[in-house]
Design a protein around this ligand. Structure first.
Ligand SMILES: *[C@@H]1O[C@H](CO)[C@@H](O)[C@H](O)[C@H]1NC(C)=O
Ligand SMILES: *[C@@H]1O[C@H](CO)[C@@H](O)[C@H](O)[C@H]1NC(C)=O
Ligand SMILES: *[C@@H]1O[C@H](CO)[C@@H](O)[C@H](O)[C@H]1NC(C)=O
Ligand SMILES: *[C@@H]1O[C@H](CO)[C@@H](O)[C@H](O)[C@H]1NC(C)=O
Ligand SMILES: *[C@@H]1O[C@H](CO)[C@@H](O)[C@H](O)[C@H]1NC(C)=O
Ligand SMILES: *[C@@H]1O[C@H](CO)[C@@H](O)[C@H](O)[C@H]1NC(C)=O
Ligand SMILES: *[C@@H]1O[C@H](CO)[C@@H](O)[C@H](O)[C@H]1NC(C)=O
Ligand SMILES: *[C@@H]1O[C@H](CO)[C@@H](O)[C@H](O)[C@H]1NC(C)=O
Length: 632
């Protein structure tokens, strides 16, 4: 009785379910090509934490998440599965892993393919894409792990408006057929491994608004007719291997507002100054520069919409054209690292919107024109030119917005001028290194309450460090190396904000033995080498947990090496040579797993180098322990 009743229920349910799905199949089943293409796509995806692919069941593919169809033909027109999902104002980052199925070419009515920012898609662009997807308008595959070339057939996609393949592992040369994409507005190929030349045909893409090829291995010249891209607003060719002269036609890019032709890397527009925190430690992978040569075409002055211009780190020579003063919208100008000569044109003073100006590392001569109308300038870097300033012009200290001033290697003499304490905007970064400054580090320095970075290295300063330095609660970077400073360094070592300290090559005589802090220090880089420090290295050195590089070499430190050094787990460089350390090397040193460079030579150490077990460690011991005679 009960059994029969159940059977009937099940049968009814089946019949009902079947009837319903039959009707929906008739009205909403999608084309078998689309279905097959999408099903193959899904089956090549091994992981999708957005949950969208889990809705891809049944035959009504137009109802699946991320799929749009044409109402009239029922064909799939869009696959929108970006990694970033905006939901009620929140942006979620999701991920897909797997390979990009070549079967996507079955979706012959596709207009939009957006799989950008999934981070986990591998494989390549199907070679037949040009023939198979003739209606494609957007091909968005950025931030994945795709490889291989851009297929030649891409040139057939005459409706393509957006091609965003950036941040992948694509390689090979750019197909000349790119020049056939007459409707292209956005071409983003940056941060891949493309090589070869920029095809001349790119100059045919007269609808382009944004062209970004930075961070590849592109070589050869900038296409002569680049100036034909009249609608271009943003051009970034930086960080490639481009050479030759900047074509004159560039002066015809009358809509341009951002232009980067420099060598810089992947970190966005404001890339200077590089944080010194990361500089010396990580060995910094520097990709090779563009090598643009010749002069800056005076036609640049026509580009009156330009807001950001970088020509940094090339081989440009000749004078800075005074027509640059016509770029009245300019807010950032980077000309550093070239061979520009002559004087700074007075017309630069007209750039009242200018926020950032770097002319560092050129051959620019004096006299410096008075640029006091740069009302908005925040960062001014004139370091390492042939300026021979002799003194810091007082008008610089009166610039109303200035907060970062770099005048290294400008032949400034005399004492650090007092007017720097009264600038209208608080100074955050001050670099007066590699000059001939003499006298003392002024006490008023303690009033620069927002100071973050101070570089007075390579001068002839000969005082102590004023106690007032302790007032600088934001000071992160302090470089005073190669002066003749003396006295105690304890104040500096106790400052909680500092991450980078270079006091090397001075005459400091005390302080290290007094370190007795309870707090864990944030210092990552500490160089006290070439001083007159004496006494012992206290156990409290173990509190400097963030240290990656410690150089105490060429001092007069003595007594044993504290075991506490072994607790500095981040240490990569440890230089204690040329001191008077005695006793044995503590076994605990073996715990310094990240150590790449260790120098204990020229001390009074006895005993053996601690024994190590693993292959790697043995290799390290052989290569890097620099001890002339460890067993005496
Ligand atoms: C297709 O139909 C849906 C709902 O009927 C409508 O919202 C959409 O705008 C239509 N799309 C086109 C391209 O006609
Ligand atoms: C790109 O390829 C290089 C080797 O050529 C590899 O080391 C790197 O991990 C790859 N990157 C991605 C995102 O797949
Ligand atoms: C670019 O345009 C020129 C002149 O119109 C033409 O000769 C050339 O074939 C075009 N190049 C491409 C790749 O379309
Ligand atoms: C700039 O454009 C004008 C007018 O379109 C043209 O005559 C001139 O040759 C172009 N200049 C360069 C250097 O391409
Ligand atoms: C300070 O300036 C010198 C050049 O004068 C430079 O070598 C050094 O790296 C700078 N220090 C920091 C922390 O940037
Ligand atoms: C140390 O400083 C002196 C000048 O004070 C300089 O001549 C010398 O080159 C510096 N040594 C190092 C290793 O930087
Ligand atoms: C450094 O200062 C000390 C006094 O603190 C002085 O004896 C020495 O001559 C100075 N060295 C140089 C190179 O000026
Ligand atoms: C510390 O400073 C000295 C002299 O200024 C320099 O020769 C040495 O390379 C520096 N040590 C490290 C680890 O950077």
């Amino acid at each position: 009785m009960t059994f029969q009743f159940l059977c009937i229920l099940v049968l009814t349910a089946l019949a009902f379910g079947k009837g319903q799905s039959t009707t929906s199949i008739i009205s909403e089943e999608c084309s078998s090509d689309d279905l097959q293409g999408l099903t193959s796509f899904k089956s090549a995806i091994s992981y999708d934490n957005s949950g969208r692919l889990s809705t891809w069941v049944g035959l009504s593919c137009c109802k699946w998440e991320g799929i749009s169809c044409d109402n009239a033909t029922g064909r799939v027109t869009e696959i929108n599965l970006p990694g970033f999902i905006t939901q009620e104002g929140l942006v979620l980052q999701t991920q897909m892993q797997g390979s990009l199925s070549p079967s996507l070419t079955l979706l012959s009515s596709l207009q939009v393919l957006d799989l950008g920012g999934q981070f986990g898609l591998s494989g390549s662009i199907p070679t037949s894409i040009g023939q198979s997807l003739p209606n494609l308008q957007k091909l968005i595959l950025f931030s994945n792990i795709l490889t291989g070339p851009v297929p030649e057939s891409i040139g057939k996609l005459s409706n393509l408006e957006e091609l965003a393949l950036h941040e992948n592992n694509f390689s090979g040369s750019l197909p000349p057929s790119l020049g056939g994409l007459k409707n292209l507005k956005i071409l983003f190929l940056y941060s891949n491994k493309f090589s070869g030349v920029i095809p001349d045909g790119v100059s045919n893409l007269t609808n382009l608004v944004q062209l970004d090829l930075h961070a590849n291995f592109l070589s050869g010249k900038i296409p002569e007719r680049i100036g034909d891209l009249q609608g271009l607003k943003e051009l970034d060719l930086s960080d490639n291997l481009l050479n030759g002269e900047i074509p004159n036609s560039i002066g015809n890019l009358s809509s341009i507002s951002v232009m980067y032709l420099d060598q810089n890397s992947l970190e966005g527009p404001i890339r200077f100054p590089a944080s010194p925190d990361q500089l010396p430690l990580l060995g910094f992978l520097r990709l090779q520069n563009n090598r643009l040569s010749g002069k800056i075409p005076p036609t640049f002055g026509n580009l009156v919409s330009m807001q950001r211009l970088s020509l940094a780190n090339n081989k440009l020579e000749g004078e800075i054209p005074s027509s640059l003063g016509d770029l009245l919208s300019l807010s950032e100008l980077y000309l550093d690292g070239n061979q520009l000569s002559g004087q700074i044109p007075e017309s630069i003073g007209k750039l009242s919107e200018l926020i950032f100006l770097s002319l560092r590392d050129n051959l620019i001569e004096g006299p410096l024109p008075q640029l006091s109308s740069l009302q908005n300038i925040q960062t001014l870097d004139l370091s390492f030119n042939s300026l021979s300033l002799l003194s810091i012009p007082e008008w610089i200290a009166k610039l109303p917005s200035l907060s970062k001033l770099y005048l290294a290697g400008c032949r400034v003499e005399g004492e650090i001028p007092e007017f720097l304490q009264g600038t209208p905007s608080p100074i955050q970064e001050l670099d007066l290194s590699s000059n001939s400054l003499s006298g003392s580090i002024p006490t008023w320095l303690g009033k620069l309450s927002l100071l973050y970075s101070l570089n007075l290295s390579r001068n002839s300063l000969d005082s102590g460090i004023p106690d007032s330095i302790s007032n600088l609660q934001y000071l992160g970077v302090l470089d005073l190396h190669s002066n003749n400073l003396s006295g105690s360094i304890i104040r500096v070592l106790e400052m909680e904000s500092l991450t980078y300290i270079d006091l090397s090559n001075n005459s400091f005589s005390s302080g290290i033995e007094e370190v007795d802090s309870e707090e864990e220090s944030r210092i990552r880089f500490l160089n006290l080498s070439n001083n007159l420090l004496q006494g012992k290295l206290p156990t409290s050195i173990g509190k400097f947990k963030s240290l990656q590089s410690l150089d105490l070499s060429s001092n007069k430190l003595s007594f044993g090496l504290p075991e506490a050094i072994a607790s500095l787990g981040s240490l990569m460089t440890l230089k204690l040579q040329k001191n008077r350390f005695s006793g044995e090397i503590p076994d605990e040193f073996l715990e310094l797993r990240k150590l790449k460079e260790l120098d204990l030579s020229d001390n009074l150490l006895v005993g053996e180098i601690p024994k190590v077990d693993s292959e790697n460690d043995r290799k390290r011991e052989k290569n890097d322990f620099d001890m002339p005679n460890p067993t005496t």
